[in-house]
Design a protein around this ligand. Structure first.
Ligand code: ZN
Ligand code: ZN
Length: 183
């Protein structure tokens, strides 16, 4: 009876773990993925213990039990390693995918009318939120409100492509123009 309960709990935990990890990946949340993996560890442990008990009971060889416990422990270590690696990737702020950067470049080119150039486009993802940063070179005599209007246009267009994106545009005069080689 107790074994049956443990089995049911393990199956329920397994479903929850799979769900957490799927949502976590979609929302790019290392914390959710980590809780999913933690739960998986529990499920694997329970399953391992059940298999160990079952095998020992069937064969009458109780020496199997520690062996299976060892395998279970190894598996939990493996899961833990994956969680650490994935969250470090998230914490270290990976830049956006090349295709996304290309889309952003097109959008900025399209929306920067009145400005002379943009450079130093930097993108990263901190958790679920994309960050986009760039320098916009405008004629030095341009009024602040005109330069700001271009910035707002660029910000809105990038956010249209990447909902929730944090976009920062740094305005510069033409003394900051870069030659193609420097960009
Ligand atoms: Zn610059
Ligand atoms: Zn503004």
């Amino acid at each position: 009876m107790r074994l049956a309960l443990a089995t049911i709990a393990a199956v329920a935990n397994g479903a929850l773990a799979a769900y957490l990890q799927r949502v976590g990946r979609r929302q790019r949340s290392p914390a959710l993925v980590a809780s999913g993996a933690h739960l998986w560890g529990d499920v694997v442990t329970t399953a391992g213990v059940l298999v160990g008990l079952g095998a020992a009971w069937l064969t009458g060889r109780w020496a199997l039990d520690p062996l299976i416990a060892l395998l279970v422990a190894a598996n939990i270590l493996r899961l833990g390693w994956h969680v650490v690696r994935d969250s470090v990737g998230g914490l270290m702020d990976e830049s956006l995918a090349a295709s996304e950067v290309e889309r952003i470049t097109d959008i900025v080119r399209h929306e920067m009318g009145g400005a002379l150039q943009f450079h130093d486009l930097r993108t990263r993802r901190g958790g679920p939120r994309p960050f986009v940063e760039l320098h916009l070179v405008v004629p030095g005599g341009m009024r602040v409100d005109a330069a700001h209007a271009i910035c707002d246009r660029i910000e809105a267009a990038v956010q249209g492509e990447l909902p929730g994106a944090d976009v920062v545009v740094h305005v510069e005069p033409e003394s900051e123009l870069r030659t193609p080689a420097e960009r």
